[in-house]
Design a protein around this ligand. Structure first.
Ligand SMILES: Nc1c(NC[C@H](O)[C@H](O)[C@H](O)CO)[nH]c(=O)[nH]c1=O
Ligand SMILES: CC(=O)[C@@H](O)COP(=O)(O)O
Length: 139
């Protein structure tokens, strides 16, 4: 059994609840433990994962959240930079699955967050588990 930390950017409660349910379901079905840490937004997720990874308390991480385009360029910053930060940590050897949705509207986000539909939370958890296996293989 491994211990995973779900680091959620809680910007839209109803969407995050679905993402967490999907991710938790996939991890627990595989016999792993899941704990949740909440941060204000997607830009805080990479830093939170870096801090938690440094603690040595977790084997893997799942980044969860929703970024929905608004009126300004801020969408590009939030969506792109959170993804870039997460990828940089992954390339440092930390097992992270990225389940931060970046969508044009809420309907797109609902479809992808819903465990009964695209279930992207589970997909991110599966990716984290896959990277942990690689880490254990090559570590
Ligand atoms: N607009 C969204 C944000 N914006 C907030 C940033 O992520 C960050 O918390 C703020 O800039 C302070 O550093 N975050 C989301 O997760 N989703 C959004 O749609
Ligand atoms: C993705 C965002 O940061 C967005 O929610 C902000 O909306 P706006 O660009 O209208 O300020």
């Amino acid at each position: 059994m491994a211990k995973f930390l779900l680091v959620e950017a809680r910007f839209y409660d109803h969407l995050n609840d679905m993402l967490i349910a999907g991710a938790r379901g996939a991890l627990e079905a595989a016999g792993h433990e899941a704990e949740v840490l909440t941060v204000p937004g997607a830009l805080e997720v990479p830093g939170a994962i870096a801090m938690a990874a440094e603690s040595g308390q977790y084997d893997g991480f799942v980044a969860l959240g929703v970024v929905i385009r608004g009126e300004t360029y801020h969408f590009e910053i939030v969506a792109g930079e959170s993804a870039r930060g997460i990828l940089a940590l992954t390339m440092d050897g930390i097992a992270i699955g990225n389940g931060i949705l970046t969508t044009e509207n809420e309907a797109q986000a609902i479809y992808r967050a819903d465990p009964a539909q695209a279930n992207k939370g589970a997909g991110a958890a599966e990716a984290a588990m896959a990277l942990l296996k690689l880490q254990q293989k090559f570590g």
